[in-house]
Design a protein around this ligand. Sequence first.
Ligand code: ADP
Length: 390
Amino acid sequence: MTLEQPRRVGILGGGQLAMMLCEAASAIDLETIVLTPDSESQAAHWATQMIYADLDDEAAVAQLIELADVITYELEDIPLSTLKALTCAVVDGSAQVYPSPKTLAKLQNKGLQKHWLRNNHLATAPFYTLSGEAQADLAQANKLSLPLVQKAERGGYDGRGVQVLRSQSDLAELWPVASFLEPFVEHELELAVVVARSTTGEMRCFQPVHLIFDGDDNILDTVTSPANISDQVAADALALATRAITALDDAGVFAVEMFLTTTGELLINEISPRVHNAGHLTIEASAVSQFELQLRAVTGMALPETHSLHAAVMKNVLFSEPLTGLCDNDATIFANSTGDVVTHWYGKKGSKPKRKMGHITALADSPSRAAEKAEAGMLSLIKRAQEGAA
Ligand code: ADP
């Protein structure tokens, strides 16, 4: 470990978030070392060095600790054995790790996260722990009013590990896993505030964005900035997110997802200890991107202002059959990108339905105009895919 400004950033995970982190790192003269099991990792093009191994491969984690000045993550589902190795490295001074393994262990388990939110008096829906034992869990569920939402403690993302139970007969479908139940929160909309906190304690927030999920699968579909909420709700959302991340007392970028309930309350749904799909539009729409902020936050560099330069809408490009014609393209910003409609293509090979293949960010002087442009960008991408060219 060096006492100088850290310059070599180790990243656990090699998907599109790591790719965009590496891209941002090269622009501010930081080196990146990515550990991923994926031989077709999207990060490979931008990373200074790749280590191809499972995230719980002891020797590979040791190599990352050896090579990096500071280690961070692109995903929260880091194996517990790796978190233990990172904790030891922090204790013996051989690595700096942000967010800390302790924070990751707390947030990657949705049950522990809910307890932490409640213990810190951060507004969140009530919850009832289920052990995974079918009889006892059914008895617990029967005491509660429907509709309910069951959430697995570990391993869920993009809506996997979350199910809505609307009727008595749905209760027969309870998953027999360590999980919890929440009442279904009737909400006006879902918001996210992306917050950066540096190793020095300096903090920056992006303005609240509106999240729209794909109805069937709960995969994020569209993000709008700014969210169409009152100044008061925006200020309250920023205050709640700031309070949560101050309580975490750690460094990195965090996405605080919230419900604005039909009764006007803000409830934290979950906090992700990493750059987030809700913040992709900051690449073009803000004075600094969430990716650069994460790198600055974990290396202790000053955090620039985060103000918006434009209204923006980001749409995820989820795989569907018509996109097959584009799947041979490498990661790129497509040639059909214009100054105000930018298509990011992650370069994932062969694909399964609804996989995130890329995203489109459209900029305008109003969110509604940005939405129109994003929609047109999506249609033009599909048309190009059908023509078999980017
Ligand atoms: P993931 O970590 O997979 O994104 P979340 O816990 O964020 O899982 O849940 C996914 C989506 O399910 C949320 O964005 C929201 O749309 C819906 N959801 C989750 N919990 C509730 C709830 N208690 N009430 C209503 N909708 C919910």
